[in-house]
Ligand binder design. Structure first.
Ligand SMILES: [Zn+2]
Length: 250
């Protein structure tokens, strides 16, 4: 299903505000508002959804958006209060992200890609999962021989790559073309549903290439440096590495 609303987070991660018209308001266990365009990221791939504000310029009324999610292909904004005065279909609203939080997530997400890239390049270990909050996150690897010494080396190697100010590029490729890239296989691209015709890729030029739906900064220099804050065994093969941004505020 092609969504009606423009989903700007996928084409311009730095867009923090936009004017939009309400196309649907649905009151279930939460109040969900769909707009004809939005800058909100709906969550997914380990990156939590955005938070922010909807503001109706006409009367100054505003609503806090506590989360966003995909609903029927559209990005739905979940309002904090169910209230008895929701926005109405047709209302023009200003859509504002909690930008400090989003930027921290973009930097964290990009740092995790650098971690993936280093662990793959230096140790050939596959990623099996990941999760993040603003300023810190974790990745799981099939990495039997991980140890404390290796973790120190990984931290140093990741920081070297971040400091190298590598560009981060977004592309949308036809499925066939994406599947022809050998490096994409390690992120389990082969698990993507067969109905998906286009695949969005994120490339840290010279380091990492992944199929990915999230938001990232455009250069690794914006991440700053990271610290490995922990590592654990989740079994003989599966290992978890936790990182955090040295400067979470940027
Ligand atoms: Zn990602």
């Amino acid at each position: 299903m092609t969504p009606i609303g423009e989903q700007l987070c996928y084409t311009d991660a730095y867009l923090r505000s936009v004017e939009a018209r309400v196309t649907s308001v649905e009151l279930g266990e939460a109040l969900l508002v769909v707009l004809d365009r939005t800058v909100f990221y709906p969550g997914g791939g380990g990156q939590p959804s955005d938070r922010g504000l909807l503001l109706r310029a006409l009367d100054g009324r505003s609503w806090t958006v506590s989360a966003a999610r995909k609903s029927g292909g559209e990005i739905a904004h979940e309002l904090e209060s169910k209230g008895d005065d929701p926005p109405a279909v047709g209302d023009m609203l200003q859509v504002d992200l909690d930008w400090a939080r989003r930027l921290a997530l973009m930097r964290t997400h990009t740092a995790l890609h650098a971690l993936c890239g280093v662990v793959w390049r230096d140790y050939g270990a596959l990623v099996t999962g990941g999760n993040m909050e603003p300023g810190g996150g974790r990745m799981d690897f099939e990495f039997e021989r991980m140890s404390g010494d290796l973790v120190d080396a990984i931290e140093a190697a990741v920081n070297l790559e971040l400091a190298a100010a590598r560009d981060v590029k977004v592309a949308v490729l036809p499925r066939e073309q994406a599947f022809a890239i050998p490096d994409l296989i390690r992120t389990r691209i082969n698990l993507l549903p067969s109905g998906i015709e286009e695949i969005r890729t994120i490339e840290i030029v010279g380091l990492d290439l992944q199929a990915d739906g999230g938001t990232h900064v455009s250069n690794t220099a914006e991440v700053g440096q990271i610290r490995v804050t922990g590592y654990e065994s989740k079994g003989r093969i599966n290992k978890r590495i936790r990182i955090e941004l040295l400067d979470p505020v940027g």
